[in-house]
Design a protein around this ligand. Structure first.
Ligand code: PMP
Length: 396
């Protein structure tokens, strides 16, 4: 029977990395997948993480199962990190999940099983895995406009028009809390207020994807949009990830946090979330959550983490600035200064699919077809050759 199974298309982003690995070009550059790299091209293990792991080796006394919702100390630390003291703890259920993707999947299953009929509205564009995860859970997806026609700015009016004219009360809306993937374009504080007002007036349920806390302007600054939303609605779901800000990509650690109107509603929803997890993967892996908890429970390790996170954030900003400057210096009036206000690992370059193909085929530079560039994958030493190549395809 398996002979009838057709081959699935390769993943749009991870498939590019396979092609990159096979490329023989010595100057090749992978700016597709969203992973942070340091100056030597490596994705480092943070020192605070190494130290936490050393302590875990000494102190961990069991590999017994965690509860369905994960490690209590991790859950408590994530609640504090994401929500601060804006809301009473008894309105928030936090479940440790396998990465941010696991959080999104649990959230999608919850929406379908508990709140149907429901649709989710996603920005166009959004992270390619969003529609895939939601559809796999049977959650119908719709899109609202996000990018302006220049493809380099945020069109708030278009977004609000779509929300006002197309959504139904009770629908869910996906929002990127910061570092919008793939565009790097975030709403300003005032724009967040307008979005929050519309979300509340239209009685939409916000599903906030917060995969990059600390990669935009700072830990608290990056949570500001989310707090604006939470100040106008009683109910929301927040999906977080420790993949980027703790560099724990392969440990698969994230969380789904549900905010309810009161404690009783929170407890009922929490019980449903746990039933969903039990039938999916039973309970989450311990190690990543234990690392995050060990760091955040220790003042010294937390201070170290903040320094290391800040270093990553500043490096990305430096590389983005350097790219803009170097493009300018190619002497052909290539003005990429629209990249400067963009935040996070990604920038929408405005390059067309044809230009992206040319960069790959002629120069071994791998960028996602939409023109999304992983700025965090750039490198000071290769900046000139990258910009020369981009200038060449822009002129051809
Ligand atoms: N949401 C967004 C917007 C992302 O970019 C990512 C990671 N690329 C995730 C969620 C999921 O991250 P994780 O690796 O923790 O599953």
């Amino acid at each position: 029977r398996l002979a009838t199974v057709p081959t699935a298309p390769p993943d749009a982003i991870l498939g590019l990395t396979e092609a990159f690995n096979a490329d023989k070009n010595p100057n090749k550059m992978n700016l597709s997948v969203g992973v942070y790299k340091d100056a030597s091209g490596k994705t480092p293990i943070l020192n605070c993480v190494k130290e936490a792991e050393r302590r875990l080796v000494d102190d961990e006394s069991t590999k017994g199962y965690l509860g369905i919702d994960g490690l209590p100390s991790y859950r408590e630390q994530i609640r504090a990190l994401v929500f601060g003291d804006q809301l009473p703890a008894d309105r928030i259920a936090v479940l440790q999940t396998p990465g941010g993707t696991g959080a999104l999947r649990v959230a999608a299953n919850f929406l379908v099983t508990q709140l149907s009929p429901i649709r989710i509205w996603m920005s166009s564009p959004t992270w390619a895995n969003h529609p895939a995860v939601f559809s796999a859970a049977g959650l119908p997806t719709e899109t609202y406009r996000y990018l302006g026609s220049d493809r380099t700015s945020f069109d708030l009016d278009a977004m609000l028009e779509d929300l006002n004219e197309k959504t139904s009360p009770g629908d869910a809306i996906l929002l990127h809390a910061c570092c919008h993937n793939p565009t790097g374009i975030d709403p300003t504080a005032d724009q967040w207020k307008e979005i929050a007002k519309t979300v509340s007036e239209r009685r939409l349920l916000p599903l906030i994807d917060f995969a990059y806390q600390g990669f935009g302007d700072g830990l608290d600054e990056d949570a500001a949009g989310l707090h604006t939303i939470l100040s106008t609605v009683d109910e929301a779901i927040v999906c977080t990830s420790a993949s980027k800000n703790f560099g724990l990509y392969s440990e698969r650690v994230g969380a789904v946090s549900l905010v309810a109107g009161d404690s009783a509603a929170m407890k009922a929803s929490q019980s449903q979330l746990k039933a969903i997890v039990r039938a999916n993967y039973s309970n989450p892996p311990r190690h990543g959550g234990a690392i995050v908890a060990a760091v955040l429970e220790d003042a010294e390790l937390t201070a170290q983490w903040k320094v290391e996170l800040e270093e990553m954030r500043q490096r990305i900003t430096r590389l983005r600035n350097q790219f803009v400057e170097t493009m300018k210096s190619t002497g052909k009036g290539h003005d990429f200064s629209f990249l400067l206000p963009q935040r996070g690992m990604f920038s929408f370059s405005g390059l067309t699919r044809m230009q992206v193909d040319q960069l790959k085929n002629e120069f071994g530079i791998y960028i996602v077809g939409s023109g999304r560039i992983n700025v965090a994958g750039m490198n000071e030493e290769k900046m000139q050759s990258l910009c020369d190549a981009v200038a060449k395809v822009l002129e051809s």
